[in-house]
Design a protein. Structure first.
Length: 269
């Protein structure tokens, strides 16, 4: 058998090449190591600012998601999330509001933005159902959806043009309950505020809103499981930071984002 030996003059060169290869591999691993929780690469080099517009009912959950996302991208400034009714937000986006990502509480509000060519194909990432919100002491004794039709019961609902209002109307119609609300509000936060302050005896809100609200408690609404609100998210076509927007959308729809949403009471899409 013939053995092959490297000449002494080649040994320094081979050693140098080995070290260089090791450094290159190590550098790639450091820059692209997947995050243990999300499977997404860390140290991605995202920078600049990220602006997210989100439905009011996502407050809390999206604050937590945004905080976790910012931790993984220290070079990126995640601005405070703009929360409001989905229809209000879609109107602002159509008017040129400088958002990068839009997360809506129903597909109709998102559809307006998509149809205008202002958003990429959305992804449904969560689901929600309605419950009856009453003040903690439930002074009106509301125990069922039918009680909202009593003349003596003061009820507030979301406006019919916003997702929680559209869902409320579908639920009431399906259950043949005729309600004359004392007022209609532009988002669920406003409904909860009136119920918590006892300005109203009851209101219809999302189940997740009750979980993070004070001064109110939930009463089950019959048939609510048949009126499910589906939440879509999309990167906007005019996003000032499209790379960060796409990364945030992936984070929301990824394993860690879904865990946060589930902990907040949202259902799977």
């Amino acid at each position: 058998m013939t053995s092959v030996r490297h000449s002494s003059s080649l040994r320094p060169l081979l050693a140098a090449l080995t070290v260089a290869a090791s450094v290159a591999v190590g550098g790639c691993a450091a820059a692209g190591d997947p995050d243990a929780a999300t499977g997404a690469p860390t140290g991605s080099g995202l920078s600049g600012e990220l602006t997210v517009y989100a439905a009011a009912s996502l407050g809390g959950a999206f604050d937590e998601i945004a905080a976790r996302f910012a931790e993984r991208h220290p070079g990126l400034e995640v601005r405070p999330i703009v929360y409001d009714g989905s229809t209000t937000l879609s109107t602002q986006i159509l008017a040129g509001a400088p958002a990068d990502v839009f997360a809506a509480a129903d597909e109709a509000a998102m559809g307006v933005v998509v149809d205008a060519g202002l958003a990429s194909t959305p992804t449904v990432f969560a689901a929600n159902t309605l419950v009856i919100a009453v003040p903690s002491g439930n002074p009106a004794g509301v125990t069922a959806l039918e009680d909202l039709a009593r003349p003596a019961t003061t009820v507030v609902l979301c406006a019919p043009e916003v997702p929680c209002g559209a869902a409320s109307r579908r639920l009431l119609d399906r259950q043949n309950v005729d309600v004359s609300p004392a007022s209609v509000e532009q988002n669920v936060t406003a409904v909860l505020t009136k119920v918590a302050s006892a300005e109203a005896d009851a209101g219809l809100v999302y189940a997740t809103d009750i979980a993070r609200a004070r001064g109110v408690r939930a009463v089950a609404a019959e048939g609510a499981d048949q009126v499910v609100s589906r939440y879509p998210i999309a990167t906007l076509a005019d996003a000032g930071n499209p790379a960060a927007a796409a990364a945030f959308e992936d984070f929301v729809t990824g394993p860690e984002g879904r865990r946060v949403l589930a902990d907040a009471g949202f259902g799977a899409p």
